[in-house]
Design a protein around this ligand. Structure first.
Ligand SMILES: Nc1ncnc2c1ncn2[C@@H]1O[C@H](COP(=O)(O)OP(=O)(O)OP(=O)(O)O)[C@@H](O)[C@H]1O
Ligand SMILES: [Mg+2]
Length: 415
């Protein structure tokens, strides 16, 4: 096992595309690091450079104590698992698992032992004699994992290994992957564009955008303290609600006004985020997570009321998403525009037409709320968890980690 360090790593493809831009990242020994970001942000490129499948245009990559810039992929002691887990169709599962070891000249008895160990770990024992065509998608993917495991490499590199599986299988494979990582403790770099996968799998998650590191932290801290509008909008589902707002000082303390609403800003928030004071009397961008709303009849008494009319409700069983419009236009910022573009590429989340250019918000409320589409609802907001962003830079205001954007590896160490 080994740590992997990327030191100001660049990748410029012929044709001039800068796919990875001065990336600093330290993946600790035994860590499960997830690289996440929209399509084209450079995730696969970064992974392929670690693997040695792509030349590095600048900077340095080390695995363990060795700089690997000029080392061939086969000499890096890593194992890759891809989305397309090309198994050999004419070989049995056992032969597929054994193939890599055989190539390396591993003794037969050792191969047999390792293959059986891996098969046991992955629940593949009863399939060893079958050929891939006689396996389900999930079983095939487990064979692909098995091929990586038997090699006992210093690190696993995985590029969207679950994206060809259906939703249910993805969830169960996600759990298997977590277990496997617990058991083996092998340093893992895992690429996905699915933020839910990133949040559930990662010890830490690295958010990339246009080849640049945005923020790297534990899933919870990314969710609670996004450094900028982009990370705030990318992490969390349903996505954070944004609006242009004005921060003022009222009789009872600071308050934030938008779309006909005025929410109190608790004193604690003003003191915890020192930069915020400087925005009094100025415009900023307010962000509220759907999960920081509640139906006021189920909310704690100190949450601030906010009346709305639901346009659509999505009943998820354990909670209800209430979608409503507010009397303000959607936020137009480069960061949120990029997010919208990425969402449009995949399946669109909702097919609700924008009403007169008004922002659509989502509140996630208790399943026992009786809200129905078209009804008025008294929402409540946890004002201690409001997010504020600078309208020009998109940076979170008063964020203690705001320096995490484009800073060297050392300043990102938390533990
Ligand atoms: N061989 C190549 N030649 C030129 N440009 C490339 C090449 N491979 C990738 N790119 C470009 O580099 C950028 C990053 O690509 P990369 O495949 O790393 O993105 P990604 O984050 O993995 O995206 P996805 O989520 O769609 O897989 C993109 O703009 C892409 O078009
Ligand atoms: Mg990719």
């Amino acid at each position: 096992m080994a740590k992997i360090v990327l030191d100001r790593v660049d990748k410029v493809y012929s044709g001039g595309v800068k796919a990875v831009d001065s990336l600093d990242l330290e993946i600790r020994d035994g860590e499960f690091m997830v690289l996440v970001g929209p399509s084209g942000c450079g995730k696969s490129t970064a992974l392929r450079m670690i693997a040695g499948l792509e030349e590095i245009s600048g900077g340095k990559i080390s695995i363990g104590d060795q700089v690997v810039n000029d080392l061939a992929p086969k000499d890096r002691d890593i194992a890759m698992v891809f989305q397309n887990y090309a198994l050999y169709p004419h070989m049995t599962v056992e032969q597929n698992l054994a193939f890599g070891l055989k190539l390396r000249g591993t003794p037969k008895s050792e191969i047999k032992q390792k293959v059986h160990e891996a098969a046991k770990m992955l629940g593949l024992e009863q399939f060893l004699a079958r050929k891939p065509a006689a396996l389900s998608g999930g079983q095939r993917q487990r064979v692909a994992m098995g091929r990586a495991i038997v090699r006992q490499p210093q690190a696993f590199l995985m590029d969207e290994p679950l994206s060809n599986l259906d939703a249910k299988l993805r969830v169960s494979m996600r759990a298997s992957l977590s277990q496997l990582h617990e058991r083996l403790g092998v340093t893992t770099v895992y690429v996905t564009h699915d933020q839910v996968e990133a949040m559930t799998l990662g010890s830490r998650v690295c958010v990339l955008r246009e080849g640049k590191l945005q923020q790297v932290d534990t899933p919870q801290r990314l969710f609670d303290n996004p450094v900028n509008l982009f990370v705030a909008g990318f992490i969390g589902s349903p996505a954070m609600n944004f609006v242009e707002a004005e921060l003022t000082r009222g009789d009872g303390g600071a308050q934030v006004a938008f779309a006909g609403y005025t929410l109190p800003v608790p004193d604690a928030v003003m003191t915890e985020r020192p930069g915020l004071e400087g925005y009094l009397g100025r415009k900023l961008i307010l962000g509220i997570r759907p999960s920081d709303f509640e139906d006021s009849s189920h909310a704690s008494a100190d949450w601030a009321p906010m009346a709305a009319t639901s346009s659509v409700t999505e009943e998820l069983g354990s909670e209800i998403n209430v979608i409503f419009t507010i009397d303000a236009p959607p936020v137009e910022h480069k960061d949120t525009a990029d997010l919208a573009e990425d969402a449009a590429e995949g399946e669109s989340e909702m097919a609700i037409p924008l009403i007169e250019n008004k922002a659509l918000w989502t509140a996630r409320v208790n399943a026992r709320s009786h809200v129905r589409p078209g009804q008025d609802i008294e929402l409540a907001v946890d004002t201690r968890r409001l997010h504020f962003f600078d309208p020009d830079t998109g940076l979170a205001i008063g964020h203690t980690d705001a320096a995490a954007v484009d800073t060297p590896v050392d300043t990102l160490k938390k533990d």
